[in-house]
Design a protein. Structure first.
Length: 203
C-alpha cells in the first residue's frame, strides 16, 4: 500500500468517485434488503450481514469525501470507518446473545436467497475496488470492508443450507457471532493501517 500522500490525477479521482458511488448505492440497497429479510426470517446471520452492508455504505460515503483530500484527511476517514466497523461488530454480538435467549427458528430459504444476492453484489464491488486498493488508506479500508463481506456472505449461505436441511437454528447464531468477531478483526486492521498512514503523513 502506498502511503506517499501523492495526489491522484483528475482522471483517477473521477474513476475512484464513480466506483465508490456504485459501491455506495449497491450496499445501501442491500442493507435494506438484508436487514428486512433478516427480521422477517429471524436470522441473526442476515441481520449481521445487513448491518455490515450499512457499515460499508458509510465507509464508501466517507471514502467519497476523502478521494480528493490530503493524506491526513484520508487517514482520519479510515479511522472513522474503522471505528464504525468496531461498534457494528460489538452490536452484532449483542444481537446474537439476545436472539440466543429469545429467538425463533430462521427461514433457511430466505437466508440462502438473500445472501446469494448479497454475495453477487459484493463480488462485483470487490472487483471494482481491487484496482484502487493501493491508492490510499481510505480506499484500502473500503476494499477490506468488501473482502470481509464476501467471506460473511458465503458463511451465511452455508448456515442457511444447514438450517434448511437440519432445522438446527443455532448455526445461524454461530454464523452471526462469527461475522461479528470477523468484523471486529477487520476494524482493528483498518485502525492499525490508519494510524500508520497518519504517522507517515506527519513525517
Amino acid at each position: 500500500m502506498s502511503n506517499c500522500g501523492c495526489e491522484p490525477t483528475a482522471a483517477e479521482t473521477r474513476e475512484q468517485r464513480n466506483v465508490l458511488k456504485i459501491a455506495l448505492a449497491l450496499n445501501a440497497s442491500m442493507f435494506v434488503a438484508e436487514g428486512t429479510a433478516g427480521l422477517l426470517a429471524n436470522s441473526s446471520g442476515l441481520i449481521a450481514d445487513g448491518l455490515d452492508m450499512l457499515a460499508d455504505a458509510s465507509a464508501y460515503a466517507i471514502g467519497l469525501a476523502a478521494v480528493s483530500r490530503g493524506a491526513t484527511f484520508k487517514a482520519n476517514a479510515a479511522t472513522l470507518s474503522g471505528g464504525l466497523l468496531l461498534v457494528l461488530g460489538v452490536g452484532v454480538l449483542i444481537d446474537v446473545v439476545r436472539r440466543t435467549i429469545s429467538g425463533e427458528p430462521p427461514d433457511g430459504y430466505v437466508i440462502i436467497a438473500v445472501a446469494a444476492v448479497a454475495l453477487a453484489v459484493n463480488t462485483v464491488v470487490l472487483k471494482l475496488l481491487s484496482k484502487h486498493k493501493d491508492k490510499g488508506v481510505h480506499l484500502r479500508a473500503t476494499w477490506i470492508f468488501t473482502r470481509a463481506d464476501v467471506v460473511a456472505n458465503i458463511a451465511v449461505i452455508l448456515s442457511g443450507i444447514v438450517v434448511l436441511l437440519s432445522g438446527f437454528r443455532h448455526v445461524d447464531l454461530v454464523v452471526g457471532a462469527g461475522i461479528g468477531l470477523y468484523v471486529i478483526k477487520e476494524a482493528v486492521e483498518i485502525l492499525r493501517e490508519a494510524r500508520g498512514a497518519k504517522q507517515a503523513a506527519s513525517d
